[in-house]
Design a protein around this ligand. Structure first.
Ligand code: ADP
Length: 467
């Protein structure tokens, strides 16, 4: 269904071109068909009409010639006999509407009832359908030598010609419709093929991520030259973007690196002043405490930025080794407990579960997740680190019973600088923690997911292949 709707998108170039060309060809072929039928009508019917008009015009003169020796009525009858044949029937109705002369064919009762009862016959020949038979009919007043003899009627049976004409029209309509349908299908197929290179460009470009800008290559063989030109321009643009992205990354990495050292020194001085300054007033102590915690926060931010810049440029090197997770989670929980004054539960099976990863980076990941669990839950609530093995995967889950994360925001929390709502983030933070966690986990070949319910709590799960 989705495929069909995407194929029939009325705003797409493909549909517009196909329908436009199909409409033009329909108008062209339709016009040709109409013209052909008019010509056929002319050939089949109009010749009869011209003949009837000619007879109607000549008839008074013929009667005049015949009535030289006989009466006018007799002359009219002879003229009618002379002009009548199997298909052509003539008759005269006198001024009292009584038939005064007629073709022999009118002796046939069926034909007589059909034709003689006709009223309002037009003076110009017209085709009439008389119960399945087609007749060309006309009636003109007849005046000979100044004497009005009544109304002169001519009827020509054109049934066979008319049926032939109607059959031809029917065949023409069918042929035109088949031609339009065939043309539309062929055009749609051709346009679809011509659009493929454009689709390919959009597919390739939609898969390009910021860190793969310089790897992107749009090679199109057999594409029209205009599309190849577009692909080349795109490639050049991607190259320029990759360069500026690299500069930006370099700058970020340098700035973070340069700022981190002096800030770490400042933070160290502030802390030692606080420790040793026995003669500090309360206000001075408070100011120094705030300055120290802000300096720490900024150092952390710079560390995070440096990590991300390194990960982006592929400069993060993981020293993978075999790690026994059962021991690691106990160590990490104890470390986190010291920083946060919160009890962290640990649930692990008796069976040893080991993975290949970088020990320090994995500790950084778990501490970060526990730190978030502490930040976003009330002091009395439970925080648990669980370890289990599932289908040859080692699974570490950090669970809290805190504020939770709204469903629609869950995919976004791993983005850089993404924080849900400043009001709930009273605990402070930079919005970089989870994006670093994800970069590190994926860098070590693992996966991270989140499950959370607003007001109920969150569970962050990290998965690695077991060894
Ligand atoms: P921050 O420095 O803000 O903690 P993170 O990248 O670690 O940045 O987290 C991004 C956002 O995800 C946070 O601002 C927070 O709103 C939300 N979040 C992270 N962990 C949890 C959690 N355990 N419970 C509720 N919300 C969380």
């Amino acid at each position: 269904m989705k495929l069909l709707s995407s194929k029939l998108d009325p705003t797409s170039l493909k549909v517009r071109l196909t329908s436009g060309i199909a409409a033009f060809s329909a108008i062209g072929l339709g016009g040709l068909a109409v013209w052909t039928s008019v010509r056929m009508q002319h050939i089949l019917v109009s010749t009869h009409k011209e003949n009837i008009v000619y007879i109607a015009e000549r008839f008074p003169h013929d009667v005049e010639i015949y009535s030289d020796m006989v009466s006018l009525e007799e002359g009219a009858q002879r003229a009618i006999d002379n002009l009548s044949n199997d298909n052509k029937i003539l008759w005269i109705k006198d001024n009292n509407n009584v038939v005064s002369a007629k073709s022999n064919k009118l002796e046939d009762e069926a034909i007589a009832t059909k034709l003689l009862s006709l009223k309002n016959v037009p003076p110009i020949p017209q085709v009439q359908d008389l119960r399945g038979d087609y007749w060309l009919l006309c009636a003109t007043p007849l005046t000979v030598n100044g004497v009005t003899l009544g109304e002169f009627y001519i009827a020509q049976d054109i049934t066979s010609d008319q049926i032939m004409f109607l059959n031809l029209i029917r065949s023409l309509i069918i042929a035109t419709l088949i031609a339009i349908a065939t043309m539309t299908i062929t055009i749609a197929f051709y346009i679809n093929r011509s659009m493929k290179p454009l689709k390919r460009i959009s597919q390739i470009t939609s898969n390009i991520s910021a860190d793969k800008l310089n790897e992107a290559q749009i090679h199109l063989e057999k594409a029209p030259s205009e599309v190849r030109e577009l692909a080349d321009t795109f490639e050049q643009m991607l190259e320029r973007l990759a360069q500026s992205w690299e500069h930006q990354r370099q700058l970020l990495s340098n700035v973070s690196h340069e700022l981190r050292t002096p800030l770490t020194i400042i933070s160290g001085y502030l802390q030692s002043t606080l420790r040793r300054g026995s003669n500090l007033t309360d206000i001075q102590r408070e100011a120094l405490t705030t300055a120290s915690s802000e300096a720490d926060r900024t150092v952390q931010l710079l560390k995070d930025l440096l990590d991300l810049a390194r990960a982006d440029s592929g400069a993060i090197h993981f020293q993978n080794e075999k790690i026994l997770l059962n021991d690691l989670i106990v160590d990490v929980a104890e470390m986190a407990q010291q920083y946060s004054d919160r009890h962290i539960n640990v649930e692990a099976p008796n069976k040893s579960i080991a993975i290949e990863a970088d020990l320090n980076r994995l500790k950084q990941v778990l501490l970060n997740l526990i730190d978030n669990a502490v930040k976003y839950s009330e002091p009395g609530t439970n925080i648990t680190v669980k370890l289990c093995s599932k289908n040859n995967d080692a699974v570490i889950a950090v669970c809290d019973r805190g504020v939770g994360i709204p469903l629609q925001q869950q995919p976004r929390i791993f983005e850089r600088f993404y924080r849900i709502d400043e009001a709930r983030n009273r605990a402070g933070g930079t919005g970089l923690g989870l994006s670093i966690v994800k970069t590190l986990v994926e860098g070590m070949g693992g996966k991270i997911t989140v499950r959370s319910q607003l007001g109920e709590g969150s569970t962050f799960t990290v998965c690695f292949r077991e060894v």
